[in-house]
Design a protein around this ligand. Structure first.
Ligand SMILES: [Zn+2]
Length: 443
């Protein structure tokens, strides 16, 4: 392409690309001697949390209970799950609307419009939602299904906290996701080399899910950026994950795959390890094998976690052409020979999740001294104005400005103008209404 336009100035722009992709863009566009500018991928106001999926709806509810009064997005993979989840959230007292590409256009637009204008609204959506949406005060993004790559995860979670205020992103995932995503790649129409890239991008995300160290560091490393770790803003930093030397267990797990002929999925291999006598283990004669019951001292759930981590470590893979059978990878040999030790992260019991009370206290600390009650009164005023004008609340004033109002308590027009987000025209339009709330507040 470059040779057709000699001497014409060119610029290539990309929002989310890892170093390999950036090099590829430069090469293909013939921008060999071009300067490359990249800004940091870090989003310091976003807090990351990734949990093992156990009871997804209850886990989601617990996460959302820390976000009363806030708006956010819940991403699901399928349209049916979007609708079911939205409906269920409403029965739980959480105002939720659905959004996906298969909906009637006018309803979809109405739901999107409501999300932009209202606060305290949960939008349950497929990834069709989000492109070009620039709502600055999305306070949370939740994933009920695993995205297909680190890039997709980064983009979708990046819709939270564009106003720079603290925001939380949360994901629940399990082995079923990994298998489903892998199958989507394998059954797709892409060329083999593209499929290989897609598989490695999925594995990169899996590794971030299973890491025992700082998630922010792992995400940034994917984009070629170094971070010292210990960010204090991800679940593994806030509550360090314990690891355990699982070399013996890894050998048992790999042996169970090998001895059963690399023909079975995780569920069956776990049954063999814990010695579960059922129709399938009997029919294939697995109950008589030495490996049968060799791991019965460990719970099935822990074995599931072991297999996810072996997958993330690249020691095993899932063969979708063989109905999800686990197969050994080259690296497994070194583990068998005990040339390589294997450490696993210890999954947390579900009961250790954050409670509502903790989340509320965190939100108060966000206001750092600002009067919470005044902030709420200002927010109510903003909602009323936004409704009467039929515009999104942040168009009136963003949260950052309301927080400054609540902290600094301006008493005159002149003092209001000193606050970031207040210009002459906004002052004329809304200044008096907010001044009245501040002056009338004796807190
Ligand atoms: Zn961290």
């Amino acid at each position: 392409m470059a040779e057709h336009f000699p001497g014409v100035p060119r610029i290539a722009l990309t929002a989310t690309a890892d170093p390999h992709t950036r090099e590829d863009i430069v090469a293909r566009l013939g921008l060999d001697n071009a300067e490359v500018f990249t800004t940091s991928f870090d989003r310091p106001n976003i807090r990351y949390e990734i949990v093992e999926r156990d009871q997804p709806r209850q886990q989601l509810l617990r996460f959302l209970s820390g976000h009363e009064g806030n708006s956010g997005i819940v991403y699901c993979l399928s349209r049916a799950k979007v609708e079911d989840t939205a409906e269920w959230l409403n029965t739980q007292g959480i105002r939720a609307l659905a959004y996906h590409a298969g909906m009637d256009r006018s309803l979809r637009d109405a739901n999107q419009d409501a999300f932009l204008k209202e606060e305290n609204l949960c939008l349950v959506a497929t990834v069709a939602f989000g492109m070009g949406i620039d709502k600055p005060n999305v306070r949370y993004v939740a994933h009920l299904d695993l995205p297909g790559s680190v890039e997709a995860y980064y983009q979708e979670t990046g819709r939270a906290g564009r106003d720079g205020l603290p925001s939380e992103v949360w994901m629940a995932y399990g082995m079923a996701d990994v298998i489903q995503r892998g199958r989507m790649i394998d059954e797709g129409n892409a060329a083999d080399d593209i499929k290989r890239v897609e598989r490695s991008k999925l594995n990169a995300l899996l590794a971030i899910c299973e890491t025992a160290s700082c998630r922010r560091q792992a995400i940034l490393a994917h984009f070629g950026e170094s971070h010292a770790g210990n960010c204090g803003g991800c679940d593994t930093c806030m509550k360090p994950v314990e690891t355990w030397n699982g070399t013996d267990e890894a050998i048992k797990a790999l042996a169970a795959i090998y001895r059963t002929g690399e023909r079975f999925g995780t569920g069956h291999v776990v049954d063999v390890l814990i010695g579960n006598v059922n129709e399938k283990t009997e029919r294939f004669g697995h109950t008589g094998m030495p490996v049968f019951g060799a791991g019965k001292e460990i719970a099935a759930r822990t074995w599931q976690s072991v297999f996810r981590q072996l997958l993330a470590m690249g020691l095993v893979r899932v063969d979708h052409a063989a109905f999800g059978a686990l197969k050994l990878e080259e690296g497994a040999r070194a583990v068998f020979k005990r040339e390589r030790e294997v450490f696993f992260r210890k999954d947390r019991p579900a009961s250790e999740r954050r409670t509502k009370k903790v989340a509320r206290a965190e939100r108060r600390s966000v206001l750092s001294g600002a009067d919470d009650a005044l902030f709420e009164a200002l927010r109510a005023e903003r909602t009323a104005i936004a409704r009467s004008l039929s515009v999104p609340p942040y168009v009136v004033f963003p949260d950052t400005t309301l927080i400054a109002f609540a902290t600094d308590r301006p008493r005159t027009h002149k003092e209001m103008l000193d606050i970031s987000g207040v210009g002459q025209s906004k002052l004329e339009r809304y200044g008096d209404a907010f001044l009245e709330v501040i002056l009338g507040f004796d807190g």
